[in-house]
Design a protein around this ligand. Structure first.
Ligand code: C2E
Ligand code: MG
Ligand code: MG
Ligand code: MG
Length: 282
């Protein structure tokens, strides 16, 4: 009997679990509210052309400043938004904000992230078309970043969705390349315009010969398939030099600038004031 009681106790008195669930519920409520109140912000991180050392684009990244918790990282609340059906609303909000902020920054390109569940929405292309029309943002300046997780579904359906997006004029980017399982077959199967090498490989490249070899192979393969390459998470000038040597077209990372509020990004753009570039010729 004592044993059974002990077993029961485990499920009755598990304050940690209970707290976790409660915290999650309350965060979910707060996210719903923040979305409704338009409190989620979009920041922009510069993307730099390695050939001519200029800012050619920006990735839009959602930011949530919670009134009590402070900054909540997207890696915490994007999964929450996916689980609770809020991801559609969140994605639309980010796209609309990004387009509104960046519409005057032509010819700069803007990249937005689409989570796997958002990608699965039936009317995704229509939603994109509507928001592009509404904001007057030129579709040819828009990039849609998806991860392998979005591609796992039925490949005919996925292909059809990518075609409909591309028909709008937007570019399709494979994000976090190298972190999944079947990257290589995806490159053949789907019409990507660009791939982003995951920061994990970039971080390793001035330390391990393996990472450097993988980066070289990925760049070579991409180029032979007519796909442009962006290296993510560039933090050192050593990484920058190596990527230039390998013929990587563009990069993004703290070396060039962190994600920043629109006004700050606009100032950076005005001055093309990326300090690293001035001291790091090709
Ligand atoms: P991601 O799309 O791969 O975005 C790149 C992440 O790397 C960003 O983190 C960025 O701040 C960070 N990063 C950029 N350069 C560096 C660097 O040099 N060093 C380091 N350590 N980190 C760097 P963030 O903003 O926290 O976003 C994390 C992930 O959350 C994103 O990964 C993306 O998957 C997701 N996410 C962010 N915003 C959105 C959004 O609006 N919608 C969706 N669906 N997902 C988003
Ligand atoms: Mg991304
Ligand atoms: Mg990425
Ligand atoms: Mg990522």
């Amino acid at each position: 009997a004592a044993k059974a009681e002990g077993g029961n106790r485990a499920c009755f008195f598990e304050p940690a679990m209970d707290d976790k669930l409660r915290a999650r519920r309350s965060l979910e409520g707060d996210l719903r509210q923040a979305l409704a109140a338009g409190e989620l912000a979009v920041h922009f991180q510069p993307q730099v052309e390695l050939g001519n050392t200029r800012i050619i684009g920006a990735e839009a990244l959602v930011r949530w400043h919670h009134p009590e918790r402070g900054a909540v990282p997207p890696t915490d609340f994007i999964p929450l938004a996916e689980d609770t059906g809020l991801i559609g609303t969140l994605g639309e909000h980010v796209l609309r904000q990004a387009c509104l902020e960046a519409v005057g920054w032509a010819p700069l390109r803007i990249a937005v992230n689409v989570s796997p569940l958002q990608f699965r929405q039936r009317d995704l292309a229509e939603t994109f078309a509507r928001i592009l029309a509404e904001t007057g943002f030129d579709p040819r300046r828009l990039e849609v970043e998806i991860t392998e997780g979005a591609l796992l579904q039925d490949s005919e359906q996925t292909l059809e969705k990518l075609r409909r997006l591309k028909a709008l004029g937007v570019r399709i980017v494979l994000d976090d390349f190298g972190t999944g399982y079947s990257s290589l077959s995806y490159l053949r199967q789907f019409p990507f315009d660009k791939l982003k090498i995951d920061s994990g490989f970039v971080r390793g490249m001035d330390r391990s010969a393996e990472s450097a070899a993988i980066i070289r192979a990925v760049i070579g393969l991409s180029h032979s398939l007519g796909i442009r390459v962006n290296a993510e998470g560039v933090e050192t000038s050593g990484q920058l030099q190596a990527l230039r040597r390998e013929g990587c077209e563009e990069a993004q990372g703290y070396l060039f600038g962190r994600p920043m509020p629109p006004r700050e990004f606009a100032a950076l753009l005005r001055d093309q004031a990326v300090p690293t570039l001035a001291v790091a010729p090709a």
